[in-house]
Write a protein that binds this ligand. Structure first.
Ligand SMILES: Cc1cc2nc3c(=O)[nH]c(=O)nc-3n(C[C@H](O)[C@H](O)[C@H](O)COP(=O)(O)OP(=O)(O)OC[C@H]3O[C@@H](n4cnc5c(N)ncnc54)[C@H](O)[C@@H]3O)c2cc1C
Length: 399
């Protein structure tokens, strides 16, 4: 009997359980754990997803295929709270509108439904977290601890690490690679807030004076409430609590829930080097590097894992082929513009130059909306580099 151990029941782990149920893996025992008794009870998320059919012309075909299948799983297991036909991005004093269909979904309902549909065939260890693992010749030994201090050990043939970023199951080699490459991630804080000012559609705020080192968002849930938050690149050291309070004040938002924080990997795919472990969802870097969207990619990672029959080599091969190159291209573009999130002078030069040089506005709008939608256009690297060198040169006196 083969034991598959699923560590973490967020979107990735719960969708894996749900999908395993439909493929009837023979001679397989599935055990899953999550530190929370109700893994759907604490949601740190904007809960916004794009209408997948609109992405058909924007992402590579293979990526589209997996996102479309993930979207189906998503829509069959949640409800649409609201839908929007556009999004506004505020950059300094510029307001750019992106016409695109987005849905606000109920992520808590999604996770609950996926888990409830899987309860009959797997052993759920709710209230237990994995804190250590050992790799043996034919299995991985996982050490678990409960909230009450009980310990358990599971010998698993395969571990699906879906315990978010950074995973307990990162090997020393992975940790070394991540730190050597300066792998970027965001520290996010978010909550539900009451809006004292009516926002009709999702707003993204990019302005280092408001949200230094990152960006903020206001995603309206109803006429008076919204999911709000900020995400800050980790190499930019700030007091995030203070920044969040200032952000709420600036947009006249009143907290309705306790702000929760979470890290979000935005620097591409992370592949396991241990043959019996696969990284899913945030643990595997399945987050669109230019917009932080991870719900659909997390489900896609579970789909790929099952197609690979949870075989690490096959999973890694497929992930490289489907998401690897696509995400790498987005990371390269994003890295050029990261500095505008942290350097106030550069950012001001950018906004000033775009306002002054009106011809830049359509280019800038196109580039920005494509990045927000995860659309890789090869010419963008040239356009972004040109705008970047123009703006950077403004720091120096002109000849
Ligand atoms: C503030 C914020 C806003 C976001 N907004 C959006 C959005 O609007 N749209 C979108 O598409 N994406 C958004 N994302 C990204 C998206 O939420 C994630 O990419 C996605 O939820 C990843 O799913 P996951 O299952 O990998 O991780 P999670 O959903 O975080 O689940 C991880 C699970 O692992 C469990 N766990 C943790 N440690 C352990 C352990 N040691 N042992 C066992 N289990 C453990 C946790 O309790 C949790 O249940 C946002 C992220 C953040 C942080």
């Amino acid at each position: 009997m083969r034991t598959v151990f699923v560590a973490g029941l967020g979107v990735a782990g719960s969708s894996l359980l749900y999908l395993i149920r439909s493929v009837n893996l023979e001679n397989t025992q599935v055990v899953a754990c999550d530190p929370r008794f109700y893994p759907w009870s604490h949601i740190v998320c904007g809960e916004l997803v794009p209408e997948v059919s609109y992405l058909r012309s924007k992402v590579p075909n293979l990526v589209y295929e997996y996102l479309a299948r993930s979207h189906k799983v998503l829509m069959e297991n949640t409800r649409v709270v609201r839908s929007f036909n556009s999004m506004t991005i505020i950059i300094g004093d510029l307001r750019l509108k992106i016409n695109f269909k987005f849905y606000m979904i109920d992520k808590s309902l999604l996770i609950r439904k996926l888990i409830e549909k899987s309860e009959d065939f797997c052993e759920l260890m709710l209230g237990y977290s994995a804190y250590r693992y050992e790799v043996h010749k034919n299995h991985v030994r996982v050490y678990l601890r409960s909230r009450e201090g009980h310990s358990k050990v599971i010998d698993a043939d395969v571990v699906a690490a879906s315990d978010s970023f950074p995973s307990v199951f990162y090997s020393p080699e992975i940790l070394y690679i991540l730190s050597e490459h300066g792998y970027k991630y965001l520290i996010c804080v978010s909550c539900v807030a009451e809006m004292n000012q009516y926002f009709e559609e999702p707003l993204i705020i990019i302005d280092p004076e408001i949200c230094p080192g990152g960006y903020g968002w206001i995603f309206p849930k109803s006429a008076s409430t919204a999911n709000v938050g900020i995400g800050v690149l980790i190499d930019y050291v700030i007091n995030i609590e203070k920044v969040f309070e200032k952000f709420l004040k600036k947009f006249n938002l009143k907290k309705l829930s306790r702000p929760l924080s979470k890290t979000l990997p935005v620097d591409g795919i992370i592949l396991s080097r241990v043959s019996n472990i696969v990284y899913l969802g945030d643990a595997g870097g399945f987050v669109v590097p230019t917009n932080g969207a991870g719900i659909n990619p997390a489900i896609a990672s579970s789909l790929i894992a099952l197609e690979a029959q949870l075989n690490t080599e096959l999973f890694n091969y497929k992930v490289r082929k489907i998401f690897g190159e696509y995400f790498s291209k987005l990371v390269k573009i994003r890295r050029i513009i990261d500095k505008y999130l942290t350097d106030i002078e550069l950012f001001k030069n950018l906004v000033r130059e775009i306002n002054r040089n009106r011809i830049l506005i359509p280019f800038f709008k196109k580039v920005l909306s494509d990045l927000m939608l995860g659309h890789v256009v090869p010419i963008h690297r040239v356009v972004i580099s040109c705008i970047d060198s123009l703006v950077t040169s403004l720091k120096f006196p002109r000849l």
